[in-house]
Design a protein around this ligand. Structure first.
Ligand SMILES: NC(=O)c1ccc[n+]([C@@H]2O[C@H](COP(=O)([O-])OP(=O)(O)OC[C@H]3O[C@@H](n4cnc5c(N)ncnc54)[C@H](O)[C@@H]3O)[C@@H](O)[C@H]2O)c1
Ligand SMILES: [Fe+2]
Length: 387
């Protein structure tokens, strides 16, 4: 067996209404001042969650600073300013209640607060954290990114326009609260996009050259859950059971993707940044093409994925079953109204091959765990397949 390691949360809390346990948890850790980033769009049982959260903290006598600057996928300014606010207000922990954007921003802000410097130094210049960040509690309100389960923060660089990650083993949330009630009012478009993100985490990590027994186990479970739960929540947004399954799938997909991203994310992340495509939609667009291009390098793994989708046929050979897995992804795209083409998102002229390769190389192009070796030809081929 290969050697490997995995970084996971210390504590994972799952269940409807369990966000209410947050003040008690913070009290146990003797926290006095929370850096609180909470999306204002989130509702639970009809009531705005952010107000409820503030009320609960007030009642518990825990101070907080409500950081309202995170709108959309985070950039350098949002994070550097957050670091200043964290320090000015004497915060001793970070709590993120929101989608991947809010979680990633808060994750990076806590790290910067104790490590100093600007986020771009960690993102572009390879600076490493040397101090453990303050307590960080992540509460996802979309079911997709799995950012609550990863040590990564994805940030848009305002100076060069690149969307690039920074990461450190200590940046992972100490505690995550998976409260599916928070996703009951998630609009259909965000539900489908984030669901396809979670699916792509499962599929990409399963065929990753760095896959481990743990990430593979999680990956298959994610597919088993999403194949039914995602269409269920699109058809009936109030299906609480299916919302819970999506939240679990998203978390498990986050654990799985610690095995590394493949050609889908390698393209979706930089181009999503360039053309302002919601992350999950960008992942959806590239996923089937990524599987087709990897087919000869990962056919057995895709046949396993066909089993998880429930489309495996013992009478067929490995390649035919792998193709059935790709078809299952396309069917799911149809059932959830997920995008399949990049063209509508590109205003005006298409990039040249040189421009495309340049943006990928400067962001995700260093990644080496896609089963088919990453080449400039492969980047250009997949780009043209999804136009
Ligand atoms: N750190 C990681 O490991 C990781 C993994 C995958 C993606 N990401 C990153 O996460 C970001 C995307 O996160 P996302 O897809 O969760 O989207 P998001 O956080 O940008 O949220 C999308 C929209 O949904 C709204 N929203 C969130 N929860 C809601 C709710 N419960 N009800 C109603 N509206 C709600 C938000 O206000 C926002 O307008 C991207 O930057 C992506 O690159 C990070
Ligand atoms: Fe993703």
């Amino acid at each position: 067996m290969n050697s490997w390691e995995i970084v996971q949360n210390r504590r994972v809390i799952f269940g409807g209404g369990r966000l209410a346990e947050l003040p008690g948890i913070l009290s146990w850790y003797q926290k006095k001042k929370v850096f609180l980033a909470a999306s204002k769009s989130v509702r639970s049982n009809g009531a705005p969650v952010r107000e409820e959260l503030c009320r609960m903290l007030d009642e518990a006598g825990i101070g907080y600073y409500l950081y309202n600057e995170i709108s959309g996928e985070p950039d350098l300014h949002v994070i550097n300013k957050g670091r200043d606010v964290f320090l000015e207000h004497g915060c001793d922990c970070g709590v993120a209640v929101g989608g991947g954007s809010v979680i990633d921003a808060t994750k990076a802000i806590g790290m910067l607060a104790v490590n100093g410097g600007l986020v771009e130094e960690y993102q572009m210049e390879g600076r490493q954290a040397t101090t453990v960040p303050p307590l960080f509690v992540a509460v996802p309100t979309t079911s997709g990114t799995g950012a609550e389960a990863t040590k990564t923060s994805v940030v848009v660089n305002n100076y060069n326009g690149l969307k690039k990650s920074l990461y450190h083993n200590t940046m992972i949330a100490e505690i995550t609260i998976l409260d599916p009630d928070l996703t009951m009012d998630l609009p259909a478009k965000i539900t489908s996009a984030t669901g396809m993100d979670a699916l792509s985490h499962a599929i990409e990590s399963y065929v990753s050259l760095n896959a481990t027994p743990i990430t593979r186990m999680y990956g298959l479970k994610v597919i088993e859950l999403i194949k039914d739960a995602l269409p269920a929540v699109i058809e009936n947004p109030g299906d609480a059971e299916a919302r819970g399954q999506m939240m679990l799938a998203s978390y498990m997909g986050g654990v799985a993707i610690t095995a590394g991203i493949g050609i889908d994310h390698i393209m979706a992340q930089p181009l999503g940044g360039q053309y302002h495509i919601p992350h999950g939609d960008a992942c959806s667009i590239f996923l089937p093409a990524a599987m087709e291009l990897n087919l000869d390098y990962a056919a057995e793994a895709y046949a396993d994925i066909a089993k998880a989708f429930g489309v495996y046929d013992a009478g067929k050979d490995t390649r035919e079953n792998a193709l059935a897995a790709i078809q299952a992804v396309r069917t799911l795209q149809d059932r959830t109204g997920s995008p399949k083409s990049l063209r509508p998102y590109i205003p005006g002229e298409l990039p040249s091959r040189e421009e495309l390769v340049d943006v990928v190389k400067r962001t995700t192009g260093h990644i080496t765990c896609n089963p088919r070796p990453l080449t400039e030809d492969l980047m250009w081929t997949i780009f043209n397949m999804v136009l």
